[in-house]
Structures are given as C-alpha cells and as structure tokens.
Design a protein around this ligand. Structure first.
Ligand code: ADP
Ligand code: ZN
Ligand code: ZN
Length: 700
C-alpha cells in the first residue's frame, strides 16, 4: 500500500492517507485518488506493507513521478514555513496554479505537428494541431492550407476522415513548445577571465559539498561570466545547475546569455509560460534532457537530479520571497537544496543582505571588468526645494544623452482632496488613499486593485475644485516631456506599463532619452551609455517603519548608481533626499558596501534583529476589529513564555480588519514550532471561527 498526501488547501485535513499501491508506485508518484466525495490529485509520500484500514485504489497514475528529493523538500517547506505538506507539494507540481484540482495536475496534451499532403503527391504543408500558425510556406502550400481548414476546420477527426478516404496523408510528431519570447543573440565570444573572476571560479569549483558562498561584486564586475563558467564546469562534472534571477521580464539579458552559451541544455521556467510550454520545459528537466534551469524564485523547485550548483543572482532582491502560503524564501530553499544534493550555493550581489554577508564565505570582485571607476554621487538636500526635481537635476537631465530617473511611486499623484471641505478619496476596502492614474481617468487602490472613475466633483459638498497631491511616475514623466528640449524622449517603466521588456529595449536602442520609473529601473539590466542616474526621493524607503528600511534604501541607491557610468563619457549619480545625513545614503554615495554592512550588522546585533534572531509575523484577520484582535490575543496567550510584540492593529486590507503579532526569537526551530501549535489550536477553536490566520517566517 501507499501513503498519499492529497492536494487540498484545508489546514485541518492532515495526510497522509492509505491507498492500495498502484503498480510501480514509488515515493513521488503522482496520482488521482478518491477523497471523501471528490477526486483529488495526490502524491505518494511513503510505502508500507499493511494498513489497519480498508484500502481504496487510486483512480489513475500520472507520469512521471516527482523526484524523491522534492518530496523531502516539501516536508521541510511545510515545517519551516508553518504550512502543510499538501500546500508545499502543490508548489512542486509541474504546473502550480491557483486551483489545485484542475490547474495543478491536469496534464496538457503534448503539442503535435502534422504534415498534411495530398495523397497524389505535391508538397506537404505544415500546420500545428493546436492551431498555431504555420511557418513559411510556398504559394502552393498556402493555397493548400487555405483550402484544408474549410474541409476539416480545427477538428483533427475530420482530417483523419479525409485520410481514411485516401485523400490526404498525415504524418504527426510531438514537438517541443519552446518559450518563444526569448530573443537570443549570437553567442558573444567567451572572454578571457580577469584574475578576480578566475579566482572566483576556482573557489566555487573547490568549495565543499553543500557549502554556500557569497559572490560580492560591484555592478559590472563580471559576476554573470563567473556563473557561466561555474555552470560549464558543473555540467562537465556530470551534474546539473539551477540559476535563480529576480524577474525574467526585467532581466532578460542573463537568461539570453545562458541560452546563447548552452543552447537546449537550458530550460526556462517562469509564471508567464503557457501551460503547454511549462509542461514541456518541466519534462525536459525531469528527463534530464535539459540540465540547467534558469528562472525566478519558483525555478528553485526544478525537478533536476544530481544538482551540483545553485546560483542566486541579485540575492538581495525582494522578489525571492513568496507571498502565498507557504511563504517561502527561495534563497533559503536554494540553500536547502544545495545541502540536500551536496551542491554548491553561490549567492551574488553588489549589495548583499546583512544575513548573507555575515554567514556566507565571501568571494570578491572588487572592480568593474572595463576598469572604470564607479560614478561620483552627489547628494542633494531637498528640505528647502519647492519642486519634485532640484533645479540642478533638471539641468543635468536636459544635457545628458541618456539618463535613468527613479521614483518609487507609480501613478499621477498619490492622493486627492476636496479644496472646499477637505474630503480625501479613500479605498472602500482598505484604509489607504486612492492614487490618481490620469491616462486611464481612474483612481485606484494599490493594495486591493479597487478602481473608480476620476471624480469630477465632491460627493459631500459638490465642489468641483479637487487638489492633487504628490508626484508619481506618470506625472513626472509627463512633466519631464513637457519641460525638456523637444528631442529628448521620455520612457516610463512601472507596474502599470504592460511590456517592461519592450520599454527597456526601446530605451536601450534609443540614441537619446530618459527612463523614468519605479525600482524596476534599478534592476539588473545593463545599458552601456547611461550618463546620469537620479534618485528622486531616496528616503521613500527609509520612511517605512521596518528594520530593513536602511538595507533597502542602501541597495536601491547603490544599485541605481551601478546603472550609470558604464559609458565612455563616464557618468554621475544625483540623489535627492530629505535626510542627507542618513547612514544608508551616506554609505551608498561613497560606494561603501562593506562600511554599510558593518554598521548595519552592529545596529542589528544591538537590537537583536536578523541575522541575530528570527522574526515570525502572525496576522489575524476578520470582518470586524474585535474578532481579529481577540484571535491575536489568544495566539499570544498560547505562545507560553515565548515573548511576542503586539497585538497591534494593522490598516484594513481588502475589507478585512487585521491584527498582528511579531515573535522575535533566538531559537528559530523552537519558535516556529511554538507558533505553529498556537495558531493551530486557536484556528481550531470555535470561539475564533470568524478569524483567518497567516504566518510569515522571515517576513520582508
Ligand atoms: P555583473 O553581472 O557583475 O553586473 P556582467 O557579468 O554582466 O557583470 O559583466 C559586465 C560586462 O562585462 C558584460 O557585458 C560582460 O560580457 C563583460 N565581461 C564579463 N567578464 C569579462 C571579461 N573577463 N573580459 C571582458 N568582458 C567581460
Ligand atoms: Zn468637498
Ligand atoms: Zn483597497
């Protein structure tokens, strides 16, 4: 018999459950099992000889099984992030989706390409059974193709009937749905490594199995080239590689470089793939046809055997934390997989997290490969500046050939008020103001997505005089286009712009222009001709009441500075701030990551923040304030001697009142276990039926 974990989202129904063993079952076998009155997907998590229960047979086995290592990983994930094995297993399936039942385990049919030829000779034409457009055709083929669908439409059965009548011949084969969006240039010649790069590759090659290294290199120091060489060495040793990147849309260059160098050995897994593409890439990895997986955080679950190297590029990036249950951190999962497989973990960044800096063995790439100095940074005190841009910044933008301007606020202005009665426009579901998006004539909530038409008048006093406060990227881009010389093109990049890659490409190929955007503009892309980088409001991140505020501000300013000054003309950086004395800004202006990290680690140690402790955040939510607070109090009371901060009320979100508890603990394992049992006990208590619970270990 087999022990099966049914994939359901219920917290209370805990597997595994016993079923009779289908033939050839192993740990990892995926199947469909009858469960209560439903059929649900499940995964075999153990094998045993006999059971005291009467056994039911699974309906169906899905091929291929999950690797055994990933089943083990799922149990660790469930434990580490206070979740359930079923939810963790759902993440590891070939097609994680929202609805476990259909999206998760429904296998997309393979893509079949059929050659259709008239039975009496003539040239074959090609058409894909899934209706995708055919490739280049001759005139005759096109005529044939045009006539065939009239007879058979998208219906292959009709085509088969034509074949049965001897009118056409059909030859079919399974084709790979390759992710087509990648534009891969010709492979650049492999450069000779610098001494520092050489030493880095050697250090990775000689690291102990399971060891984690920090590749700390300034932007443009050739980290990607180090990953490429280390990956080649790993493949040559017969082992496989995972490369994690922050976001494919923003960092297409690194993916393209891997594909250019390793070709079909690379599989790409990310959320924007179609189900068919994803399935095919997953199978290529599972079967060992692809040995390198590149992708964002979920690629850490790639079904690769014999893992030898796991790379986490831009390891400081916040996108490595997953915001759904289980709230995993891909960097921690990467370290687990490396230890599990005896692989080497390489975390790379110009602005490493204090956690990695203090815990991992460091390898340095101290200089840019092109030998250029990092650009000078000018800090501008905005406390007396009347406008969004300092006059000096405005002048510099007018004369720079290419510039990047970072403003971490999207939309036109961040809130509206009525000039006569003072009414502010707020989200009906959340306690936040609505942001004006002028191009869409809408005001929107950036937390729940609620949208309304731009108000023409005040519903309270009928006044039509409405003030717009603050400046977002939309407004800044608009004002810059209006005030700069006519030849300067302004490009905007933020979450409201659909095609991030397209905007980046247009900016990259333009002769002259300004790229205005949110933090997306500071990510790992590499434009050689940017002369000026501007941070409009460097303290926006500092104002967050969060112990990571300093770290984020430092990284944002330093990363943006790294985007400038790769041009032959050199470059410069201008940072506008209301807090010119803040450490994060002073150290970033001096390009002093070591200085910043040393001082930040001292501060964290004094305050017992991570990496000197583990934080766990528990959020209880309910329709009313009372039940949310009561649930949080009940959890706190059940934590025993474990000290917890709170409960504190959080702002209302998506119509839910929320109360938060924060546990700060030296003993990570013990604290996670205590939180888990406290939350399970309170959520099972009928008194707290109205409350929902979310546990976040290592919140961001
Ligand atoms: P990072 O990832 O540290 O920002 P990259 O690996 O992207 O740096 O390198 C920056 C640029 O330098 C890239 O265009 C890359 O092709 C080039 N490069 C990297 N290593 C070398 C080298 N050893 N010699 C010459 N050019 C190199
Ligand atoms: Zn009013
Ligand atoms: Zn809202």
């Amino acid at each position: 018999m087999v022990k099966v974990e049914p994939i359901t989202t219920a917290r209370v129904l805990r597997g595994p459950f016993d079923y009779s063993a289908p033939e050839g079952a192993v740990v990892g076998t995926r199947l469909i099992v009858p469960f209560g009155r439903r059929d649900v997907p499940g995964v075999v998590t153990g094998l045993a000889h006999d059971s005291e229960h009467e056994l039911v047979a699974p309906h169906r086995v899905l091929d291929p099984p999950l690797p055994r290592d990933l089943v083990e990983l799922a149990f660790w994930l469930a434990d580490e992030y206070c979740s359930t094995p079923a939810r963790a297993l759902a993440l590891l399936a070939p097609h994680p989706g929202q609805r476990a039942k259909t999206a998760l385990y429904a296998e997309p049919a393979p893509a079949v390409e059929s050659s259709i030829a008239p039975a009496h000779g003539g040239q074959p034409t090609t058409r894909r059974a899934d209706g995708a457009p055919a490739a280049r055709l001759t005139g005759a083929q096109r005529a044939l193709l045009a006539s065939l669908p009239r007879f058979c439409g998208p219906d292959t059965a009709a085509l088969r009937r034509l074949e049965a009548r001897g009118l056409v011949r059909i030859a079919s084969r399974v084709v790979r749905r390759a992710p087509v969006h990648l534009t891969v240039g010709a492979e650049r010649p492999q450069p000779a490594l610098s001494c520092d790069q050489d030493a880095a590759v050697a250090a990775i090659g000689s690291a102990a199995p399971g060891e984690a290294l920090l590749l700390h290199g300034v932007t443009g120091s050739g980290k990607t080239e180090v990953y490429l060489r280390a990956a080649a060495d790993t493949l040559a040793g017969g082992r496989s590689v995972i490369v994690l990147v922050p976001e494919i849309g923003l960092t297409p260059q690194i993916v393209a470089r891997f594909v250019a160098r390793f070709g079909d050995t690379v599989a790409v897994l990310h959320s924007r793939l179609g189900a068919g593409e994803r399935h095919d890439e997953w199978l290529r990895l599972r079967r060992g046809e692809a040995r390198i997986c590149v992708g964002p955080r979920s690629a850490v679950f790639a079904p690769l055997d014999d893992l030898g190297l796991v790379v986490v590029d831009e390891e400081h990036d916040a996108s490595y934390k997953h915001e759904g249950d289980p709230r995993y951190d891909a960097r921690r999962v990467a370290a687990f997989r490396a230890r599990q497989a005896g692989a080497v973990l390489v975390a790379g960044s110009a602005t490493p997290r204090p956690e990695s800096f203090s815990r991992l063995r460091r390898i340095r790439l101290p200089a840019r490969v092109d030998g250029q100095e990092l650009p000078p940074v000018e800090v501008l005190d905005m406390r007396r500046a009347p406008r969004a841009l300092h006059p000096r910044v405005h002048d510099a933008l007018a004369s720079a050939r290419k510039a990047i301007v970072l403003l971490n606020r999207r939309g036109w202005s961040n809130f509206l008020t009525c000039r006569s009665c003072g009414r502010a426009w707020e989200c009906p579901n959340c306690d936040v103001t609505l942001v004006l998006h002028r191009a869409e004539a809408a005001v929107a909530c950036h937390h729940c997505g609620h949208r309304e038409r731009v108000p023409g008048s005040c519903p309270d006093c009928r006044s039509t005089s409405i003030a717009r406060h603050g400046t977002g990227t939309e407004r800044l881009a608009d004002e810059l286009s209006a005030s700069l010389p006519a030849g300067v093109r302004v490009f905007r990049l933020d979450a409201d712009v659909g095609q991030a890659a397209g905007v980046l490409q247009a900016f990259g190929t333009a002769r002259q222009g300004i790229l205005v955007g949110t933090q997306m503009v500071a990510k790992g892309h590499d434009f050689p001709d940017v002369e000026l980088a501007v941070v409009v409001d460097a303290d926006a991140t500092l104002r967050f009441p969060d112990f990571r505020a300093e770290e984020r501000t430092f990284a944002l300013v330093a990363q943006l500075a790294g985007r400038a000054g790769r041009s032959a003309a050199g470059g410069r950086v201008m940072v506008q701030t209301l807090a010119p004395g803040a450490e994060a800004i002073r150290f970033a202006a001096a390009h002093d990551a070591d200085g910043f990290l040393a001082s930040e680690l001292e501060r964290r140690e004094a305050l017992r923040y991570p990496p000197f402790s583990t934080l766990i955040r528990i959020v209880c939510s309910a329709g009313e304030v009372g039940p949310a607070l009561a649930a949080a109090e009940a959890v706190r009371d059940r934590l025993g001697p474990q000290p917890a901060l709170g409960p504190a009320a959080l702002f209302r979100l998506r119509g839910r009142e929320r109360a938060q508890l924060v546990v700060k603990a030296a003993d990570r394992r013990g604290a996670i276990d205590r939180v888990r049992s406290a939350v399970e006990a309170v959520s099972a208590d009928k008194l707290h039926r109205a409350a929902a619970f979310s546990v976040d270990v290592d919140p961001q």
